[in-house]
Design a protein around this ligand. Sequence first.
Ligand SMILES: [Zn+2]
Length: 64
Amino acid sequence: MFNPLGCHSARNMIRIEELPCPKCGQNMELFIREGMLAVEGRCDFCGNIIATGTPAEEVEHAAG
Ligand SMILES: [Zn+2]
């Protein structure tokens, strides 16, 4: 998988979460650090973009 941040930032642990796209509901992979997007998230299905810094919670709730 493409990881633009590499894997050497041990102090700033990034995890990958699959969350449903707020727009189309398809799962999208998001890079989460400290509860928010570390990297801009882009939906492969509808092209929806979630900005860096958006709280992961917000994405989950938006999908409701
Ligand atoms: Zn989508």
